[in-house]
Design a protein around this ligand. Structure first.
Ligand code: DX5
Ligand code: ZN
Length: 221
């Protein structure tokens, strides 16, 4: 079994059983819990905010991998850090001073992540690369779970992996959107080390536990 991080996206779960859904992820060997924060402005959908992150924090000791799809993330960082976020990932498209934002996230005691929409080139990260803890490549246009994986993003992951290798960096390289048992191995081979999965985990016919196991086993030993 290959070593990589699985971060199930909790917005695809049944919120009436939040603690049970998180416990099922945990006992199936999930490494992180991914929380998709959407503001109805940067993306069309509205999902959850710091109160929800705080509820997740009370339900698990796993790291909370918070993906901020919001305009003006700088105004929200402190609230999410206080709510118990472990990783705070912002979109480069929303930051006027990316290095400043990264510094602020770290000063709040969180791992600093940056993410790119599919149309944003990898070069948008160049100045931030030496300073970030996590890079997230979106393999769908953000806004919804259950969309189809964009194979064009495989090359972007390879490009970023090469840049990280050149820096001898062990920054996490995460992918998000349409990741399932077929697409996970493609992104693994391209150099991704962290995989977000919404539908492939929570809508798995035999339940989330087996869904996570299937994802874990999708990369041959
Ligand atoms: C998309 C979100 C994703 C999404 C993943 O905007 O950032 O995290 O919930 O869901 P799937 O794996 O179903 O594409
Ligand atoms: Zn996400």
């Amino acid at each position: 079994m290959k070593n990589f991080i699985l971060s199930p996206s909790i917005i695809a779960s049944d919120f009436t059983h939040l603690a049970d859904e998180i416990a099922a992820c945990e006992s199936a060997g999930a490494d992180w819990i991914h929380v998709d924060v959407m503001d109805g402005h940067f993306v069309p959908t509205i999902t959850v905010g710091p109160l929800f992150v705080e509820a997740c924090r009370r339900a698990t000791k796993l790291p909370l991998d918070v993906h901020l799809m919001v305009s003006n993330p700088d105004q929200q960082l402190e609230a999410f850090a206080k709510a118990g976020a472990s990783n705070l990932t912002v979109h480069v498209e929303t930051c006027s001073n990316l290095l400043q934002t990264i510094k602020r996230i770290k000063s709040l005691g969180c791992n600093a992540g940056v993410t790119l929409n599919p149309l944003t080139p990898a070069s948008a990260l160049d100045e931030a690369l030496p300073f970030v803890d996590l890079i997230l490549v979106m393999s769908v246009t953000p806004g919804f779970s259950g969309q189809v994986f964009m194979p064009e993003m495989i090359g972007k992951v390879e490009e970023i992996r090469n840049k990280l290798n050149a820096l001898r960096s062990n920054t996490w390289l995460e992918v998000d959107g349409g990741i399932n048992v077929e697409t996970l191995p493609l992104m693994y081979r391209a150099g991704a080390s962290v995989f977000v999965t919404g539908n492939a985990a929570f809508k798995y016919p035999q339940g989330v536990g087996q869904g996570i196991q299937a994802l874990r086993n999708s990369v041959a030993a």
